[in-house]
Design a protein around this ligand. Structure first.
Ligand code: NAD
Length: 496
């Protein structure tokens, strides 16, 4: 017997019998730990109907009532963050300290949403024309869909859900089927915090659930995070069905190291950002661009650090890197290592020889040097613990490599030269830039998003752009007639 993970609809677990289910693994042991229900058309309909029915009441709730629920949710999340981190580790595999960091960054977004009364204030212009006032108000959209990836099962749902409900929307969240339990934990905490039934529903499943949300006329907007081909698909299908869509896609993040950089700092950063969460982060560094002449020294420092990394079960305190999420993903990443060798890159550390016992989905940190832009280990997002070093002769050559890449999620420059760093910020075609910071995920009161194939749509996630995405504005022009009103006038209204 394994556990069953089911939908959360109308403030309670769904009690029906699923037509299809999926296996959820413990990646560190390789065992099936649960089965998750996959939604069909009927459950999509139920979840959307529940959100639709809850919308009028939630839209009309006071700002004070909404922010009180968010404050209460934030308190519960802080109290129970270790439990949520443990759930993430058990299904994703990332080490507990990393899962704790994920939950902490999620809390940041909840704290931002608690400020909804301030953030939803509109503008007011008194006497725009004589006796005429003009003001703007931001209103919710209705039912919104949130579709999230496996790699941040707690944080990515909480990039969107708090802001969406703070703005007065109701939500159907479709988390990844690979690690679905965090979403249910979040929904239960929201219910405990006083969120009315139907305001947040969790619908589990795969493409069928996603397609159901994209086609449903009551779903007014979709926030998606996942790989680039699916992000493009969701954007194209959602917008052609008349929905507002923000679809965040994959990445290939470059870290440039200039010759004047502190190479110990740069090597620490490359190893941390390359292999943290087994490279399964959309902001992971996957390519180190070493500007001549520091390549040999940097590769040697990175290699020294890699040899000391401890790979193992994420629940063990000494583990620094856990397994990959599924056996299929481990095979895919491993096949890229073979391809890199065939294509002529220099394999410096081979993670296929990992030495970890048991049937978990293991692959140890891998390093390639002298990687060229035509190789598949450079062109493709591998999404595993495989770091590539590309060597270039100058700053300009490094910039050209990055700007020619079709992805534009994150990047970083390591240097002690303020002028070079300033040029880089200005010239690089990437949405999030780190200066001596390898994973520049913006804080909750800025917004997160890449450029080019890393984001489809025009709004970034969370922060001010999140509030913008989840509302539509209305401008009211108002006059209360007084005895000076001048009678009929067919001319175009002028501001006098
Ligand atoms: P994925 O694209 O496979 O899945 C994302 C979501 O889409 C899941 O909920 C999944 O059930 C659904 N889905 C999968 N296939 C589908 C299909 N054919 N039709 C409709 N829906 C489908 O992504 P993943 O493997 O879960 O996550 C890893 C990817 O997410 C990486 O590419 C990573 O870079 C990206 N990511 C991007 C960001 C960002 O902010 N840009 C953040 C995290 C992850």
């Amino acid at each position: 017997m394994t556990n069953r993970i089911s939908h959360w609809i109308d403030g309670k677990p769904w009690a029906g019998a699923p037509e299809r289910t999926g296996e959820v693994f413990d990646p560190a042991t390789g065992e099936v730990r649960a089965h998750v229900d996959f939604a069909g058309a009927g459950q999509v309909e139920q979840a959307v109907a529940s959100a639709e029915a809850a919308f009028p009441g939630w839209r009309d709730s006071s700002l004070a009532a909404r922010s009180r629920v968010l404050f209460a949710f934030r308190e519960l999340l802080v109290q129970r963050k270790d439990e949520l981190a443990a759930i993430v580790t058990s299904e994703h595999g990332k080490v507990l300290s990393d899962a704790g960091g994920e939950v902490q960054r999620a809390i940041e977004n909840v704290e931002y949403a608690c400020g909804a009364p301030q953030l939803l204030k509109g503008g007011f212009s008194e006497n725009a024309s004589r006796g005429v006032d003009v003001y703007s108000i931001a209103q919710p959209l209705g039912v919104v869909g949130v579709i999230s990836p496996f790699n941040f099962p707690a944080m990515v749902p909480l990039w969107f859900v708090p802001n969406a409900i703070a703005c007065g929307n109701t939500v159907v969240l479709k988390p990844s089927e690979k690690d679905p339990s965090a979403a249910n934990f979040i929904a239960e905490l929201f219910a405990e915090a006083g969120l009315p039934p139907g305001v947040l529903n969790v619908l589990h499943g795969d493409k069928e659930a996603v397609d159901g949300l994209l086609a449903h006329p009551a779903v007014k907007a979709v926030s998606f995070v996942g790989s680039t081909p699916i992000a493009r698909y969701v954007y194209e299908n959602g917008t052609s069905a008349g929905k507002r869509v923000q679809a965040l896609g994959g990445a290939k993040n470059h870290m440039v190291v200039l010759p004047d950089a502190d190479l110990d700092l740069a090597a620490d950063a490359a190893v941390s950002a390359g292999f943290g969460s087994a490279g399964e982060r959309c902001m992971a560094v996957s390519v180190v661009v070493a500007v001549d002449p520091i390549g040999d020294e940097l590769v040697s420092k990175i290699t020294d650090r890699m040899r000391k990394l401890r790979v193992g079960d994420g629940r063990e305190p000494e583990s620094e890197m856990g397994p990959l999420v599924t056996a299929a993903h481990r095979e895919r990443v491993s096949s890229y290592v073979s391809a890199g060798v065939e294509e002529g890159a220099q394999l410096v550390v081979d993670g296929r020889k990992h030495g970890v016992a048991g049937a978990g989905f293991w692959l140890a940190p891998t390093l390639f040097d002298k990687v060229e832009p035509h190789m598949s280990i450079y062109t493709d997002e591998i999404f595993g613990p495989v770091l590539a070093v590309a060597r270039v002769t100058s700053y300009d050559a490094a910039l050209d490599v990055i700007n020619a890449n079709p992805y534009g999620n994150g990047t970083a420059i390591f240097t002690n030269d303020g002028g070079a760093s300033r040029r880089f910020q200005n010239e690089v075609e990437v949405g999030m830039v780190g200066v001596n910071v390898p994973i520049p995920v913006p804080v909750g009161y800025y917004s997160f998003g890449g450029w080019k194939n890393s984001l489809f749509g025009d709004s970034h996630a969370y922060g001010p752009e999140g509030f913008h995405f989840f509302t539509r504005t209305k401008v009211v022009t108002s006059r209360w007639l007084d005895p000076s009103h001048g009678g009929v006038n067919l001319g175009f209204p002028r501001n006098v």
